[in-house]
Design a protein around this ligand. Structure first.
Ligand code: PEP
Length: 261
């Protein structure tokens, strides 16, 4: 049997409200026939697009998430968005610790952990993003970095809550216009290590947590990445922002997995 697959995109600080709604309408129309038991699809728009995004016609076909979240329910936190505010929109997931949050906005593992715990306690799926920088890779500490991002990020998460945790491995050096995609060999090695870390922390439940790869995924490399044993999904940036192209990437990836099963 083919594994369950996860495909998603973070729209970052791109697409206004109208463009987001049109993207979601197109994507859900293109992918309507794909069984959601086998394929989970998610899109993470800007905050300002969310109130309109949640009203799209085929809302049930796509999980919608926020790009970040403050960990307190309310208080003197100017500029932050609380879990209660996101709950009002009936969102499904919250992305935590994207590389741009960690490196441009200097978020720490400790803060990501507070956000993970808060998101889970409010019933969201927590999509924890991890990844080593180019420099950490050169120093040969990539594995230590990923392990500690997982251990600190998920500190205090119970085995019961684990069913709502997804992890995206996005090497910082692989993300964005200047990124180089990880080779399938490199991604396979890191995903195996991540799986082992999850099992050592959570036992059998750790084997079930979806591990997604992200970082310059494109039509040329998606199939070779999705078929890897510990890769459950692809978290795609630029190559997903055209709905038709994303639909093609999803279908080709799913077909590659089915052929391998
Ligand atoms: C990202 O920013 O999370 C990402 C995966 O972007 P891209 O695919 O464009 O490298």
């Amino acid at each position: 049997m083919s594994k369950k697959l996860y495909f998603g995109t973070n729209l970052k600080m791109y697409k206004n409200i109208a463009d987001t709604v049109s993207f979601l309408n197109d994507l859900t129309a293109y992918t309507e026939d794909l069984g959601r038991e086998e394929i989970e699809l998610f899109v993470i728009p800007s905050y300002t697009s969310l109130p309109d995004a949640v009203k799209i016609e085929r809302r049930h076909l796509v999980h919608l998430g926020a790009q970040n979240m403050g960990w307190e329910d309310q208080g003197q936190f100017t500029g932050e968005i609380s879990p209660l505010m996101l709950k009002e929109l009936r969102l499904d997931l919250v992305m935590i610790g994207h590389s741009e949050r960690r490196h441009t906005f200097r978020e720490t593992d400790y803060e990501e952990n507070l956000k993970v715990l808060s998101a889970l306690s409010h019933g969201f799926t927590a999509l924890l993003c991890i990844g080593e920088t180019e420099q950490e890779k050169e120093f040969g500490v990539s594995e230590e970095v990923l392990r500690s991002q997982i251990k600190i990020g998920l500190h205090g998460v119970t085995a019961d809550q684990l069913g709502k945790v997804w992890i995206a491995y996005e090497p910082v050096w692989s993300i964005g216009v200047n990124g180089t995609p990880a080779t399938p060999e490199y991604a396979a090695h890191m995903h195996k290590m991540m799986r082992e870390t999850m099992v050592s922390l959570f036992g059998d439940a750790g084997a079930e947590v979806p591990l997604l790869y992200g970082g310059s995924v494109n039509p040329g490399n998606a199939e070779s990445l999705i078929v890897l044993p510990n890769v459950d999904g692809l978290f795609v940036g630029r190559a997903a922002w055209n709905a038709e192209a994303f639909n093609t990437l999803i279908r080709k990836s799913a077909a590659a997995c089915a052929a391998k099963a």
